[in-house]
Design a protein around this ligand. Structure first.
Ligand code: FPP
Length: 246
C-alpha cells in the first residue's frame, strides 16, 4: 500500500476498533484547485483515496464503512462535475464487481437511485447480488442521499401502513423508524469523520448519528491516508461514550 509515513501515531487498541465508520469525503475541489487542476481531478483522487481507505479499514476489522458520495444537493453543481462523479462511481462499480468476491466485501447503496442511468442501476443490482454471497466489511455508498429525504421517506412508509390499517399512530416506535431507513439492520456509526475543514453534518445520517463520536480534520479528503485514519481512531478510543447516561 502507498500510504505515507506512519510516524507518531498512537498504538491502536485492536479490541476497540469502531465497528462502523462513516465519512464525509470533503475537500476534493480544494485539493485540485491548490494544484491548479480542474475540480474533477480532485474527485478522481478522492475516488482513489476511498478505495485505499476501504481496503485499510477492512484489514483493521471495521465491519461497516459508510461514505457520502453524492448528496441530494449535489445536483446543483455544474453538469460536467456531476457527470464526472457519476463516471467515477460507475468505474468503481465495474472494478468492485470484479474484485468484491476476492476482497470479501459487501456493497449497499443509500439514497434515491431512481434518477440514475439504467447502466448504473444494473451495476448496482449486480453488486447487490454479489453482496449476498460475500460476508466481509459492508461498504455503504450514499448516493443521491440526504438525511432529511431519508426521514421523509420513512415517514411516508409509516403513514402508508397507518392508512392501510396495519399500524396505529400511537404504536409507532423508534425501531419502526430505524427499520424504514436505508441503514435498516446496520448498527449506527460509532465514528463519523469529516475531513476538509468544515465542522458540520451537511444532512448526513441525521437519525443514525444521534450518539456517534465526531472527528473533524482540516486534511483534505484526497490527502487522508492510513496515518490520518489511525489518528481519528485513536481519538475515538480516548472518548468516553455515555449515551446520555453518566
Ligand atoms: C466533496 O468535496 C465531494 C463530493 C461531493 C464527491 C465525492 C465523490 C467521490 C470521492 C468520487 C466517487 C466516489 C466513490 C465512492 C467511488 P467537494 O467537491 O465539495 O470539495 P470542496 O469542498 O473542496 O469543493
Amino acid at each position: 500500500m502507498l500510504f505515507r509515513n506512519k510516524k507518531s501515531v498512537p498504538e491502536l487498541d485492536k479490541r476497540n476498533i469502531p465497528a462502523h465508520i462513516a465519512v464525509i469525503m470533503d475537500g476534493n475541489g480544494r485539493w485540485a484547485q491548490k494544484r491548479g487542476l480542474p475540480r474533477t481531478a480532485g474527485h478522481s483522487a478522492g475516488s482513489e483515496t476511498f478505495q485505499r481507505v476501504a481496503e485499510y479499514l477492512s484489514d483493521l476489522g471495521v465491519q461497516y464503512f459508510t461514505v457520502y458520495a453524492f448528496s441530494t444537493e449535489n445536483w446543483k453543481r455544474p453538469p460536467e462535475e456531476v457527470g464526472e462523479i457519476m463516471r467515477l462511481l460507475e468505474k468503481y462499480l465495474h472494478k468492485a464487481i470484479r474484485e468484491m468476491r476476492e476482497r470479501n466485501i459487501r456493497l449497499r447503496f443509500f439514497g434515491d437511485l431512481s434518477p440514475l442511468s439504467d447502466g448504473m442501476k444494473a451495476l448496482i443490482e449486480e453488486a447487490n447480488a454479489i453482496s449476498e454471497t460475500t460476508s466481509g466489511m459492508l461498504v455503504n455508498v450514499c448516493l443521491n442521499y440526504g438525511g432529511r429525504a431519508e426521514l421523509t421517506r420513512a415517514a411516508r412508509l409509516i403513514a402508508e401502513d397507518c392508512k392501510a390499517g396495519k399500524l396505529s399512530p400511537e404504536d409507532i416506535t423508534e425501531d419502526m423508524i430505524s427499520r424504514r431507513l436505508y441503514s435498516n439492520g446496520i448498527p449506527d456509526p460509532d465514528l463519523m469523520i469529516r475531513p476538509g475543514g468544515e465542522v458540520r453534518l451537511s444532512n448526513f445520517l441525521l437519525w443514525q448519528n444521534a450518539y456517534t463520536e465526531f472527528y473533524f480534520t482540516d486534511v483534505l479528503w484526497p490527502d487522508m491516508d492510513e496515518r490520518q485514519f489511525d489518528l481519528a481512531i485513536a481519538a475515538f478510543q480516548q472518548r468516553k461514550r455515555r449515551y446520555g447516561g453518566i
